[in-house]
Design a protein around this ligand. Structure first.
Ligand code: MSP
Length: 507
């Protein structure tokens, strides 16, 4: 079994989880579930980023000691994972002792290799982004300078350790050239390459003006720059520096799933540091877009932060999971509205998928005593049935490219075709005229529904499991391998119940 390593960013604990966090992790969860269903040996990592000035300040504002504060807020991210139905994962926290050990080991490795040196930093820093900016990147309003993200920057001048990033420019470009799939989507890859081509400066990797971070080895005045500490989490979790640890087999990561705002860290700084330490860079970094809320940028100050738990309470978990990955081409920005979520739930999940399942399963219940019928394949059945074996492979292609929206669009194209098929074949009117043909049509619809439900499992695990149960598929066969073994005719199906509850359109 080839290992598959998928990660989410580790989330800052300065705030409660919101839709952005849920989104990045959801995409990673779907990949983890899909690969596991294919029989891959999956390591799925998420966690919390607990150091840095931003978190320290949030703790101060809350009137708490940093450690007590991060312990408390970190819990809400674990709760999010449960509420969003994220599958088996490892949850890492950067305040764990094993993480200090990994960061310090990596630091010493870089220091011994001559890749870092001590100097003096003077430049612009945005605490909100925990990022340094060049003067040419800033705009000025009313005497205050701002980063491209809108975060205010402050002038920082202090002694600092540096990573010789400038020396990695050519080797990074060579890496990107040799691995055209490494940074995705392509538009983001172009941005990253242009940034690297424009020239890289050495990176300040320690701070001396506050204490909330991983101590720099042999220099008690400094803590590590929070991003150096944060990125290292991806190897801490696999046991670094102990490369004999059995989990080390998962490195390099197959996909680092990130938002577009943190691509530079993952696609430039991180691969350069890894290579400088003699480690393999990640295979792929995918940067997704950002959600706005009803057309507006989401921000705490606007008070329009979307709470994923509230959405799940109002619409149900699977409709929220479906919506987030269906509504917007993955990689692009998108706009959230309750109205569009309602349309997707009512118009696609309930009317297209729910309706097909309901029509098929109630007819089997009513006309066949709940026993799975069987029958020969006629010419009119070919279009639906012949398309089924190719579906898992098509899904795999979409998911390897992180085209979640296309994967869902594709399955739903098949489900719509099956709805067309049931309407034309009209099994409800065959009961009296051609019972055998009715049985055959229901059997084929059952076969099709089983395939749709199976490939949709990673997206909507609860309702698709429920659908497979209603289709009489035993638990251990509710996966891709199970599709190879058709259910025997005569299998008793439980009475069906609706999979999706429609909701009222918001006013
Ligand atoms: N701690 C860093 C990551 C370190 S990884 C080594 C961090 N944390 S974060 O909590 O600010 O955000 C993490 C993720 O949430 C990012 O992938 C970001 O893109 C995502 N989102 C935050 N707001 C978002 C939207 N409005 N829309 C979509 N995703 C957004 O960055």
């Amino acid at each position: 079994m080839t290992p598959y390593y998928i990660t989410t960013p580790i989330y800052y604990v300065n705030d409660r989880p919101h839709i952005g966090h849920a989104y990045t992790s959801l995409a990673a969860d779907v990949l983890a579930r899909w690969k596991r269903m294919q029989g891959r040996d999956v390591f799925f990592l998420t966690g919390t980023d607990e150091h840095g000035q931003k978190v320290e300040k949030a703790a101060q504002d809350a009137g708490e000691e940093p450690q007590a504060f991060v312990d408390r807020v970190s819990t809400s991210f674990r709760e999010l994972a449960v509420a969003m139905g994220f599958s088996e994962h490892t949850f890492i926290r950067t305040t764990e002792p094993r993480h200090y050990a990994a960061c310090q080991a990596l630091w010493l490795k870089l220091r011994d290799a001559g890749e870092i040196y001590k100097g003096e930093y003077a430049g612009w820093y945005a605490v909100r982004d925990e990022a340094f900016y060049g003067p040419d990147e800033l705009v000025e309003r009313d005497g205050q300078k701002f980063a491209p993200s809108g975060a205010p920057v402050e002038w920082v001048s202090e002694p600092s350790w540096f990573f010789r990033l400038s020396a990695w420019q050519d080797r990074l470009l060579a890496l990107f050239d040799a691995n055209p799939e490494m940074i995705a989507p392509p538009s983001r890859r172009n941005e990253v390459m242009a940034f690297v081509r424009a020239g890289l400066q050495d990176l300040s990797i320690s701070r001396a003006s506050f204490r909330w971070g991983v101590p720099v080895p042999d220099d008690d005045q400094h803590v590590m720059y929070v991003w150096i500490d944060a990125l290292t989490n991806y190897i801490t979790a696999l046991g670094y520096p102990d490369t004999e640890n059995p989990d080390w087999r998962y490195w390099p990561a197959d996909v680092h799933m990130v938002g577009k705002d943190i691509l530079r860290f993952h696609a430039i700084y991180w691969p350069a540091m890894l290579m400088a330490a003699g480690l393999a860079p990640p295979r792929r970094v995918f940067a997704h877009g950002w959600w706005t809320n009803e057309g507006q940028k989401i921000s705490k100050s606007l008070g329009n932060v979307i709470d994923p738990l509230a959405l799940v309470a109002d619409f149900g978990l699977d409709p929220v999971r479906y919506f987030l990955l269906r509504e917007v081409p993955f990689g692009q920005d998108g706009d959230f509205s309750r109205r569009s979520l309602t349309h997707r739930l009512n118009g696609e999940l309930a009317d297209v998928l729910g309706n097909l399942a309901n029509r098929t399963l109630s007819l089997i219940q009513r006309n066949c005593g709940g026993l799975l019928p069987d029958g020969p394949v006629a010419a009119e059945d070919a279009a639906i049935l012949d398309a089924l074996p190719g579906l898992p492979e098509a899904m795999d292609g979409f998911l390897d490219r992180q085209e979640f929206h296309l994967a869902l669009e594709d399955v739903f194209r098949h489900i719509r075709a099956a709805n067309g098929y049931i309407t034309v074949a009209a099994p409800w009117s065959l009961k009296k005229t051609d019972f055998g043909r009715m049985e055959a049509v229901l059997r084929h619809l059952h076969t099709a529904l089983r395939t749709y439900a199976t490939v949709l499992m990673p997206f909507m695990p609860t309702s698709m499991d429920q659908l497979l149960a209603q289709l009489g598929v035993p638990e251990e066969a509710r996966n891709l391998a199970g599709l190879a073994t058709p259910l025997p005719a005569g299998t008793l199906l439980p009475p069906p119940s609706p999979l999706f509850q429609k909701v009222e359109l918001p006013a």
